[in-house]
Ligand binder design. Structure first.
Ligand code: SOE
Length: 415
């Protein structure tokens, strides 16, 4: 049980950790900036992490929630159990009581908030894509490298690589079970923007989002592809916009496809991509392809990959996220074929799964895994696998895709 707290909290650039006298469980004061859909996901992750991973690497304390809309901030305080709320992110960044800042705001605000937070000595978990421009992404990676010298941790929220079945795929690859990788094919297909009446949220506005589908969801499978196959070296592809204008969404909340639009709502132009398809060449010599759209009826969170190697193949579909399919070439001819492994306690991050494979985990548990990795990195003082340098690399791949789509030619990803 947690009782007396002893450590003296420090101000300035030194991140503070409160230690408990009896069990030495550290506490980390969390501030959430942006209390929409993704803010809720972060809260669920922080709250459930110690319930699933015990002893937790440190205890997250929901200290302050910040949202520019006062009612949303107040509501989130009450609903999620934060101690305080505010409407100005500067108040969070300048609060010496805060150790960790979770950024869940639209993409064009990530850089300003994250850089200020890192400079103020806060550990930062920032939603993806890292930024709305390559320039901002670079500045964030530089600020994170500078902050790292003082022991500050940065993380970009590419959580899908932490799905136990995907981590298991990585084990198969690292242990040489499928041989040399020849090809990685990935898709991320959703349907929430297929309806032309789905609203013109910030996700369809270049000045806020930077890109459409590319930054929003293709970025996730770029991260997975690089996690499994190493750095992407070159890309060639196309980007396409099907729905050129959408009705203006009322209110500031990002409700994606679930918002109800008034019949005669004014329509305004869309200046981001609905669909991206590109071929990739990895530095390893492997090849592959990535396709992403949010306009595919019937596909909901359809993150898939196939990895084909010289000794076998792996396939995965997030809509069945507890399963990894494996085919090994060395199986006898009459038994060779895909076998399904149900992830469970023996899988990577087994603590988060329930006692029996097949009882299954979902998005909520995935967010708890993400917060475990982040809080562990903060408590133990190392940069996690999806730090800002990794987020910046994903952004460079996205930038190469944009350039390729404009030129109609192969483009090398900047090193
Ligand atoms: C909308 O496409 C969205 O919320 C993305 O922004 C998330 O990154 C993805 O995980 C789920 O869909």
């Amino acid at each position: 049980m947690i009782t007396k707290q002893t450590a003296v909290r420090q101000t300035g650039s030194e991140p503070a950790l409160i230690e408990n006298e009896e069990n030495k469980m550290k506490k980390l004061n969390i501030a959430l900036i942006g209390a929409g859909f993704m803010g809720k996901a972060h809260v669920i992750g922080y709250s459930n992490m110690p319930k699933l991973f015990w002893p937790a690497p440190a205890m997250p304390v929901l200290k302050t929630v910040c949202d520019i809309v006062p009612e949303i901030a107040e509501d989130a305080k009450e609903r999620y159990g934060f101690e305080k709320c505010c409407t100005d992110w500067q108040d969070v960044v300048n609060d010496p009581e805060i150790d960790v800042v979770s950024i869940c705001t639209p993409n064009n605000s990530h850089a300003e908030i994250a850089i200020a937070a890192l400079k103020a000595g806060k550990h930062v978990l920032c939603e993806k894509p890292i930024a709305s421009t390559l320039e901002d992404a670079k500045a964030m990676a530089e600020a994170a490298a500078e902050a790292e010298k003082k022991g500050i941790i940065s993380m970009n929220a590419y959580q899908y690589r932490r799905v136990p079945a995907i981590d298991l795929a990585k084990r198969f690859i690292d242990e040489g079970m499928i041989g040399d990788i020849l090809n990685i094919r990935c898709t991320y297909l959703q349907s929430w923007s297929a309806d032309p009446n789905s609203p013109l949220s910030w996700r369809f506005q270049k000045s806020i989002a930077g890109a459409g589908t590319l930054g929003d969801i293709a970025s996730h499978v770029i991260d997975i592809a690089q996690y499994l196959g190493g750095d992407i070296d070159q890309v060639v592809g196309m980007m396409h916009t099907y729905i050129k204008e959408r009705p203006v969404q009322e209110g500031g909340v990002d409700l994606l496809g679930t918002v109800k639009i008034k019949e005669n709502a004014v329509k305004k132009p869309v200046d981001t991509d609905d669909e991206d398809s590109f071929l990739v060449r990895f530095k390893s010599g492997a090849v592959g392809s990535i396709e992403a759209t949010r306009n595919a009826w019937g596909r909901n969170n359809f993150i898939t990959f196939e990895v084909h190697g010289t000794l076998g193949s792996l396939t995965f579909n997030y809509e069945r996220l507890n399963e990894l399919n494996v085919c090994l070439a060395n199986d006898p001819d009459d038994r060779r074929g895909f076998k399904t492994i149900y992830t469970g306690p023996a899988s990577p991050h087994g603590d988060v799964t329930w006692n029996i494979p097949g009882m299954n985990i979902g998005y909520g548990e995935l967010k708890a895994i993400e917060m475990y990795e982040f809080i562990k990195a903060v408590a133990e003082g190392y940069q996690p696998s999806t730090n800002f340098q990794v987020g910046y690399r994903v952004e460079r791949v996205c930038d190469a895709v944009k350039e390729s789509a404009e030129k109609g030619a192969w483009v090398k990803v900047a090193d």
